[in-house]
Design a protein around this ligand. Structure first.
Ligand SMILES: NC(=O)c1ccc[n+]([C@@H]2O[C@H](COP(=O)([O-])OP(=O)(O)OC[C@H]3O[C@@H](n4cnc5c(N)ncnc54)[C@H](OP(=O)(O)O)[C@@H]3O)[C@@H](O)[C@H]2O)c1
Length: 416
């Protein structure tokens, strides 16, 4: 198949934008060149020829020689306007902006369909790990059972520091901020929102479910105290912020983001620092594990490059699961085992939320309860001041086990 020439109008020349410029220089085989770059700050000095730059987005969007817009800016609202206009003008788009995609997923689907143009965004989830394209192409059947991932590099760095260096959450956050891994206002990362945006995108490609960000429950790592860190250390666990989507029945899927105790036997245990990792579980393969850098100029630019290369072969997401899994519904009807820490003077009657309690502890100031709880109660508990929650495990539903057994039985019967 012959490759199309890609003439790029690039938005943003920061960490990823400049990374892409350099990566493209090193891949001359790809017939892709940057025609023009739009940035924001007129007073910033630029590392390449000034002739490349403009501050007027229409110079790129109205340029008919540009057939591809690569959007790499850090402002989700402005990014949406750029991406929307580009699609309406029939230009293919590559973006790394998970917040923008998650907040406008349905509209972006409609725009792609209406104007018959591709929008690719591999870099938006786990940067260098090609998880979206794999979900689209390799896992294009309905045998995927669960997807769990460490999808946010800065929180993973913070949690790795607390575990390896035996320091508090506050000190680890400070260290991450000094190294540029966390923003000065880090709540998008530490509150689990960034991970939720990525999970929303993964849900569409893994299970064909399209949601709004408010529909996915997230707890972050920002309430973790020394008590949880000490408990994890004593047990040999690590705490990881995990985005989890899983089948709870043949036609139901649940999903949430929360900190989790991860044991040494778990694949995610080895995902440290700014690395990301994703474990996919299917009916027949048990599990498969993807590991890679989840941020940084070159790892992210390499995913953008791969999308540009895919466009040169006219690739576009087919959203196969959205079409084939129409009967699959999202619900949060399941049970978990959790570790709940509480401040003694702020809360009472917490036991009432639990269906069973395995272990409890309390001193004059703090205490914890470990036990089983329905997801709906977890949502209520997370809003109580003085409470912090770590997931121990999701309790497998007997319904899904029966369903699974039936699927396997039918497959085997069809073979004989
Ligand atoms: N950094 C990573 O490791 C990483 C990983 C995965 C995904 N991403 C995503 O990639 C995107 C870019 O991130 P980044 O780290 O490269 O950001 P960055 O270093 O902060 O750079 C942002 C760039 O966007 C430009 N910009 C901002 N508003 C603009 C506007 N309205 N019009 C034109 N240009 C505008 C800025 O212009 P000036 O240069 O004039 O200030 C700057 O060049 C974000 O969506 C981010 O979430 C980043």
């Amino acid at each position: 198949m012959s490759r199309k020439n890609i003439n790029i109008g690039l938005f943003g020349f920061g960490c990823v934008g400049f990374g892409l410029y350099e990566v493209l220089l090193k891949t001359p085989g790809l017939k892709a060149n940057i025609n023009k770059i739009c940035v924001k700050d007129k007073n910033k000095s630029r590392p390449i020829d000034a002739g490349y730059f403009t501050y007027d987005k229409d110079e790129l969007l109205n340029d008919e020689s540009i057939n591809t817009i690569v959007e790499l800016i850090d402002d989700a609202d402005a990014a949406f306007e750029i991406v929307k206009t580009a699609l309406m003008k029939g230009k293919a788009v590559v973006t790394a902006n998970k917040k923008m995609i998650a907040e406008h997923f349905t509209e972006l689907l409609e725009l792609q369909k209406k104007y018959k143009v591709p929008l690719l965004y591999e870099a938006a989830v786990c940067a260098s790990i090609p998880v979206i394209r794999n979900l689209e192409e390799y896992y294009d059947n309905d045998l995927l059972e669960s997807l769990e991932g460490i999808v946010n590099g800065s929180t993973n760095y913070i949690l790795t520091k607390t575990s390896e260096d035996n320091i508090s959450y506050a000190d680890a956050l400070l260290d991450a901020q000094k190294k540029g891994y966390a923003e000065s206002n880090p709540i998008l990362d530490t509150g689990g929102f960034d991970a939720k945006y990525k999970l929303l995108i993964l849900l569409a490609h893994a299970f064909g479910i399209v949601l709004n960000p408010e529909e996915i429950f997230n707890i972050g790592i920002d309430k973790i105290s020394d008590l949880e860190l000490k408990y994890a250390r004593e047990k040999g666990y690590k705490i990881k912020l995990v985005a989890h989507a899983f089948k709870t029945g043949l036609n139901t899927v649940s999903a949430f983001v929360a900190p989790r105790f991860v044991q040494a036997k778990d694949k995610l245990f080895q995902v440290d620092d700014v690395y990301n990792g994703v474990v996919l579980e299917t009916v027949f393969t048990e599990n498969q594990f993807f590991l890679g850098k989840g941020a940084g100029a070159y790892p992210t630019a390499s995913a953008v490059l791969s999308d540009i290369s895919a466009l040169s072969y006219n690739y576009q997401y087919e959203y196969k699961k959205l079409v084939s899994n129409k009967s699959v519904k999202f619900n949060n009807d399941f049970t978990l085992k959790i570790f709940l820490k509480y401040e003694v003077d702020k809360v009472e009657n917490l036991r009432l939320y639990f269906s069973s309690i395995d272990e409890s502890y309390q001193n004059n100031t703090v205490g914890y309860l470990i036990g089983e709880i329905e997801f709906i109660h977890l949502q209520k508990l997370s809003r109580i001041e003085g409470v912090s929650i770590i997931i121990d495990s999701v309790i497998p539903s007997s319904v899904i086990e029966t369903d699974l057994a039936n699927v396997l039985k039918n497959e085997v019967e069809s073979l004989v």
